[in-house]
Design a protein around this ligand. Structure first.
Ligand code: BJW
Length: 252
């Protein structure tokens, strides 16, 4: 099956790599919904990842995101991130077609592995902004103190209007960033193949993009150790982890 999937990848001209939290799991960044290790197994999404939660207790929410930002800063890209970046660079150099990386992840591991312009559908841990005027915000500390679960940290205030700085991520009930949504819609609306890695495919509207691509004729290849909502859509379900399957699939 790996061989067949690889053949399909080599024949495709316009490829989108669509990633979720499992992409970064082997870098030590927790997923959301995995039963034992996922963030939502230990923390409440409603208490931490909604605009209402931030309005209710900004220090709890800011402290949690600072803890997560510190974990990501300490993490390194894994062999899967590096394989995607090398594959895209190789295809571009050989005029073998374009590879666009669209991620739901709020970490910067694709960029640190060498993918210059990943499209971030759910924002970034590294782009805080004012909750009142949307001006880019700074972190309170250049380097967060020892990360610690559940620590309350007062968010900083906006240099322009004094509003409260919030994490630059997309919470439940919020719209996705317009430019990212437009770029992802364009790429997935015009691709031959979508390679989905490490996403449960449960969160919308992001999950609708690969679904639409398949309806428009694209072939879906999935890399995931577990079952997902994309299983029935995928031509090839490669059951394994990102860091083991992607190097064999893309660089083997
Ligand atoms: C491995 C691995 C390894 C493990 N290798 N794999 C339609 C239907 C139903 C509901 C809705 C709908 N449309 C909208 C909704 C509501 C809601 C939603 O989708 N809810 C569902 C959960 C039911 N959507 C929203 O609220 C969205 N906004 C919206 O719709 O707004 C409407 C609006 C429009 C216009 C104006 C205003 C409003 C926003 C969604 C935002 C999602 N935000 C989060 C948090 C981001 C910030 C943060 O990081 O804290 O984004 S939630 C979380 O889920 C995060 C992720 O990006 C997202 C997706 O999760 P992902 O990446 O798939 O992770 P997991 O954990 O679910 O899966 C990991 C996978 O990896 C598993 O499959 C493992 O097997 C695998 N894995 N190890 C490879 N080593």
């Amino acid at each position: 099956m790996l061989h067949e999937a690889r053949k399909a990848l080599m024949q495709a001209r316009r490829i989108v790599v669509f990633t979720g939290a499992g992409m970064s799991a082997e870098s030590g960044v927790p997923t959301f919904r995995d039963a034992l290790t996922g963030l939502w197994a230990r923390f409440s999404a409603e208490a931490l990842a909604t605009p209402e939660a931030f309005a209710r207790d900004p220090a709890l929410v800011w402290g949690w995101y600072e803890w997560r930002r510190a974990r990501v800063r300490a993490a390194q890209p894994n062999a899967g991130h590096r394989a995607i970046a090398a594959f895209a660079a190789h295809r571009a150099a050989d005029d073998g077609g374009c590879v666009t990386v669209v991620t739901q992840n709020v970490d910067d591991l694709h960029e640190r592995a060498g993918t210059p312009a990943a499209v971030h559908l759910h924002g970034s841990l590294f782009a805080p902004r004012c909750s009142a005027c949307a001006a880019p915000g700074a972190f309170a500390e250049a380097d967060p103190l020892e990360p610690e679960d559940g620590r309350h940290l007062e968010p900083p205030h906006c240099a322009h209007c004094g509003g409260t700085i919030r994490p630059g991520v997309v919470w439940f009930g919020e719209g996705l960033p317009e430019a990212a949504w437009a770029a992802a819609s364009a790429a997935l609306g015009d691709c031959d193949l979508v390679l989905c890695v490490g996403t449960s495919a449960l969160v919308y509207p992001a999950a609708a993009l690969p679904e639409r691509a398949v309806r428009a004729g694209a072939l879906l290849v999935q890399v995931n150790p577990g079952r997902t909502a994309f299983d029935a859509l995928a031509r090839f379900n490669l059951r394994g982890s990102a860091a083991t399957v992607l190097p064999a699939l893309l660089c083997g």
